[in-house]
Design a protein around this ligand. Structure first.
Ligand code: CTP
Ligand code: CA
Ligand code: CA
Length: 499
């Protein structure tokens, strides 16, 4: 990464227009980052075929299927996730299309999962004080609070070149002159994340982007601002400027029905408008608990901890269909999914000593018509699982045991509720995020009808699973002490000599 020296004699441009932070009590004491790999599946393919670096490339989900990942060169030609192969070829004749391998008649994501493990290996070995939470196959939340406070390491030498301040035209250098305590820690956090991104690149040859802020929601929001291979920081002072431009649906937790409903109900589009909806109106519509949660989000507050967890909360397998008609087809596909899941669960048991205890099947008939059934996972045996699930499904799906009453457009299995100590602790300690919602709240009711795993090749995004998983207590309670590194950074920031 390019290094820019910030000289003492040269004041940072625009420094005076960066407002001072005034949200210490609201923003809390944490420094959180979200790291997201750039066009991840494409990078995995390009690394294996290095002559394609710099060339437009995309990953296609089955022969004749749609595009699921697009590199930035191909995005310039107008290619998007979901584009068809002919569309790619006509818009971008020199595009290199990679096809996801298939196993058991469906996508085999093993190579992307393995590449993901390489990235997580870097994160896990970076520093013992770094809390890493896997958010999806190509994303991790990082809690930097402890590293920043610890006196064990110095990151003084790390550049903040290329880091932008969200909601402003400023570079991070500008922020460095606005010496609020929180901004200083954000600067330090940004340096650490810059270093982590360098190390990921060095170890894996993959680039990634990141957002640094004081909670998960804001870190995730600004992680997308400087893609690819870029980084943003969102200080409290930029919150309103950013929220003025942020559509409600872009915010973690508001991407689904609740966000949509808020927009319609109050005739609003942005987070800043949401912030200004009167408390009594929100309470009238959503009750006290939910409206409190919404108002907190509107003010950029989010207390969800980063949980030290790199293993998946669940293992899933699923597929979309044109319309299955027969019970024997359902049986066939359940067997395929169960085989994949049990293979992966067995691997997980051997690697991490954890065992899953339940399995959920989700059946989708039409766009808005689906149901799920959860049964105990008695043993890691494909036949037993298939038979147990069939017993649950037959009365609901067919009258004669052969023909389906309604065609099925997607099927998925997800297995979870692991028996390891970490998960057990988590379950008993902290309420899940949707416990903020009273029964009948839109978010709570919508989560029951949504499929638990993305279909087909859908990314295994644990944020989706979080609707069925309890959020554990923060492993990081922000210490009050100020470490060597903090003091050192403060000194450097104040003297303007950070490079
Ligand atoms: N993915 C998928 N189906 C989806 C969403 C994502 O298969 N509906 C896969 C993609 O192939 C992708 C990876 O999961 O490479 C990570 O997804 P995401 O971070 O959303 O996109 P990227 O392709 O990594 O692109 P970006 O640079 O925008 O992060
Ligand atoms: Ca990504
Ligand atoms: Ca992602």
């Amino acid at each position: 990464m390019e290094t820019v020296t910030w000289c003492k004699s040269a004041p940072a441009p625009h420094a005076s227009v960066v407002p001072k932070a005034g949200h210490m009590t609201m923003s809390g004491d944490r420094i959180i980052a979200l790291l997201d790999m750039d066009c991840f599946y494409v990078q995995v393919e390009q690394r294996a075929e290095p002559e394609t670096w710099g060339r437009p490339c995309a990953v296609v989900q089955y022969t004749g299927g749609g595009v699921i990942a697009v590199n930035y060169e191909a995005r310039e030609c107008g290619i998007k996730r979901g584009s068809s192969v002919p569309d790619c070829k006509s818009k971008c004749p020199n595009i290199r299309l990679f096809y996801v391998p298939e196993l058991r008649g469906k996508a085999d994501l093993t190579k992307y999962r393995n590449a993901s493990s390489e990235v997580f290996d870097v994160l896990l070995t970076f520093d013992p004080n770094l809390v890493v939470e896997r958010a999806s196959i190509d994303e991790a939340f990082l809690d930097l609070t402890d590293i920043i406070h610890s006196a064990t390491r110095s990151f003084d030498h790390v550049s903040v070149a290329g880091v932008s301040v969200a909601g402003t035209d400023h570079s991070l250098h500008d922020l460095m002159s606005a010496v609020s305590e929180e901004d200083e820690r954000l600067v330090t956090g940004s340096q650490i994340v810059n270093l982590i991104r360098d190390q990921v690149k060095e170890a894996t040859n993959f680039t990634c982007s990141a957002g640094v802020s004081y909670n998960k929601v804001l870190a995730k929001l600004c992680a997308g601002f400087k893609k690819p291979n870029g980084q943003s920081v969102l200080p409290p002072s930029s919150l309103n400027a950013v929220f003025a431009q942020t559509p409600i649906g872009k915010v973690r937790g508001l991407g689904g029905k609740l966000g949509q409903e808020l927009k319609v109900q109050f005739g609003i589009e942005t987070m800043l408008q949401l912030q200004k909806v009167p408390k009594y109106l929100l309470e009238a519509a959503y009750g006290q608990k939910t409206s409190h949660w919404i108002r907190e989000l509107g003010n950029g507050n989010d207390n969800e901890p980063v949980t030290s967890r790199i293993v998946n909360k669940s293992v899933g397998s699923g597929k979309n269909f044109n319309g299955l008609q027969k019970m024997e087809e359902v049986r066939y596909w359940i067997t395929q999914f169960a085989s994949e899941i049990i293979e992966r669960l067995t691997q997980e048991k051997n690697t991490n000593g954890r065992m899953a205890t339940n399995v959920t099947i989700t059946v989708r008939h039409a766009k808005k018509q689906s149901f799920s059934r959860t049964i105990p996972l008695k043993e890691y045996n494909v036949q037993t699982v298939t038979q147990d699930l069939e017993k649950e499904l037959i009365p609901r799906l067919t009258k004669d045991g052969q023909h389906l009453l309604q065609p099925i457009i997607s099927l998925s299995l997800i297995s979870g509720k692991f028996t390891d100590n970490q998960t057990k602790r988590a379950v008993h300690q902290t309420p899940r995020i949707d416990s903020f919602f009273s029964t009948g709240d839109p978010i709570a009711s919508s989560s029951t009808s949504e499929p638990l795993v993305p279909q087909d090749l859908g990314e295994e995004d644990d944020s989706q699973d979080s609707c069925i998983e309890v959020v554990p207590t923060s492993p990081v309670s922000p210490p009050q002490r100020r470490g060597f590194f903090y003091r050192k950074t403060l000194e450097l920031v104040r003297s303007g000599s950070v490079s």
